[in-house]
Structure formats: structure tokens, C-alpha cells
Unconditional design. Structure first.
Length: 270
């Protein structure tokens, strides 16, 4: 004859706990807890996110000073993956023809060139110059390129929830702040598209300097792209808004467009 053993609610709770502990002990604790992404892994996902082979777009740059006065500039830009980009000012007349080229060689070394039409010269920029303001905006020359992930060590600070899903808050501490231009950078990365929705930049003294907000992240074809970006300088009160329009992907680019010797010709094209 088989007896039916009845457990009280307390006994059931104790039994479940003992079984759980036994299961965790036999499997190293990996069965019930999914492995969390680390800070470096999250930044790797950002860095390796799929991008178009080529991009051609018109950009509007709006500069707003601490008194609220605005200046508007228009540019045309071309990109090849994450490695090569060129940007040419079209309007207004006092900056028209100025061009910025960033290109990466086979060894992964990036070079930045600035073409000044008033002097008809193209000069390669030093690292110190790259950390300066780009054409009076709140972006540095380096901000406009892909950030060099190996210049920082990363730590996942926390996870947050938003309407779009999980947001990872990752802090990067600069290995050499003088080269990076910032002591640390804190990013709010969306798990939905592996794009930062917000980035905080801290100066060499560790104080908050600027906040970048990627307010429009849209999907074009198979790719997520940023179509509006604001950089606010918390120390001066100025801000710069970049808006992308007439966005074309995977189209043929002008021949030899990422050659610094080509910049004078490129700036004349309409």
C-alpha cells in the first residue's frame, strides 16, 4: 500500500529551495542565470553593428550660442563603411568649399585632412588639433569620426528600461586622456539597434563637458542610422544640431573621393 505524503506550504518552499541549490551546485550555477554582457562586449556590438557600404547625404548644421542666436550651415557628406568619410561645406559663402576628410589605411591608422579654399591648401591634422572645435561647433574633429574604442577601458554601470527596450549604461575611461581629449565617456546604448541614444563627455579634470543626444535613429533598408544629433556644451551653454537629409545608401561614390589631393576638385562639385 502506497501512502500519500502531504507537505505544508513551508515544507514545499524549503523543498524547492533545496532542489534549486542542488541543481545550481551540479551545474556551476549557469542553468538559471543568463550570462550578462560586459562593458567591452557591449561596445564591441556598437562598433561592429552593420553599416552601409556607402552613404551620400546632405547635412544641416545649426550652431546655437549661449544667447540663443543661431547660425545655419549646409554640407554634403560621403562615407565608405566606418573607415572613410569626407564632408564639404556648401553654404554659407564664408565657409563654402571647406572640406574635412578622414581616411583609414590598411594598418588601421586614421588620418584627418582639412582643406581651406581661401588659402587653397590641404593640411594633415595633428592629434592635438583633432581635439579642437570643428568649424566653431560643439563637435571636435575627432567627434565626427568613429571613436577609437581601444583608447578606453569599459565598464557596464547599470541597465535601464525604456520604451524601446533595454538600455546599457557603459562608461569608458580614457587610457591617455591627453590623446583621447576626454577623461571618460559615458554612453547609453540601446539593445534594439546597438546605437548610443546619449553620450556624456567629461573633460580632463573629470567634469561633465558635453552631452550628445541622438534624437532620431531610423532604419533605412537593413541599417540603423542616426539622422539627428545634438551636442550640448554644459560648460558654455552653446549647442550644435546636426540633421541628415537626402540620405542615400549603397550608391556609387565619385572616383577617388577619399584622396586628399582630390579635395580642391570635390569642393567645386555641385
Amino acid at each position: 500500500m502506497t501512502e500519500t505524503v502531504k507537505f505544508s506550504s513551508v515544507q514545499k518552499t524549503t523543498l524547492i529551495s533545496l532542489l534549486t541549490l542542488a541543481l545550481l551546485a551540479s551545474t556551476g550555477g549557469l542553468v538559471l542565470t543568463a550570462q550578462e554582457l560586459t562593458g567591452p562586449e557591449i561596445i564591441e556590438k556598437v562598433d561592429s553593428a552593420s553599416t552601409p557600404e556607402t552613404v551620400n547625404a546632405i547635412l544641416t548644421m545649426t550652431l546655437i550660442n549661449e544667447e540663443g542666436k543661431e547660425r545655419v550651415r549646409e554640407m554634403e557628406a560621403w562615407n565608405r563603411g566606418d573607415d572613410d568619410s569626407v564632408m564639404v561645406f556648401r553654404e554659407p559663402g564664408d565657409v563654402a568649399g571647406t572640406a574635412l576628410l578622414k581616411t583609414t589605411n590598411d594598418e588601421g591608422n586614421e588620418s584627418t585632412y582639412l582643406y581651406l579654399p581661401s588659402l587653397d591648401i590641404t593640411k594633415e591634422m595633428s592629434q592635438k588639433a583633432k581635439n579642437q572645435k570643428f568649424m566653431g561647433s560643439d563637435f571636435t574633429y575627432d567627434d565626427l569620426g568613429s571613436r577609437k574604442v581601444d583608447e578606453y577601458t569599459y565598464e557596464l554601470l547599470r541597465k535601464e528600461s525604456s520604451d524601446g527596450g533595454t538600455i546599457y549604461v557603459v562608461e569608458g575611461e580614457a587610457k591617455d586622456p591627453e590623446i583621447s581629449g576626454y577623461s571618460r565617456v559615458r554612453s547609453w546604448v540601446s539593445e534594439k539597434n546597438w546605437k548610443p541614444e546619449k553620450v556624456e563627455y567629461y573633460d580632463l579634470d573629470g567634469k561633465l563637458l558635453k552631452v550628445q543626444r541622438n534624437s532620431r535613429i531610423e532604419k533605412i533598408g537593413d541599417f540603423w542610422v542616426v539622422k539627428e544629433m545634438t551636442m550640448e556644451n554644459k560648460q558654455t551653454g552653446s549647442e550644435t544640431i546636426l540633421t541628415w537629409k537626402d540620405y542615400e545608401i549603397n550608391t556609387e561614390l565619385p572616383e577617388d573621393i577619399f584622396n586628399p589631393d582630390r579635395l580642391p576638385e570635390l569642393t567645386e562639385e555641385e
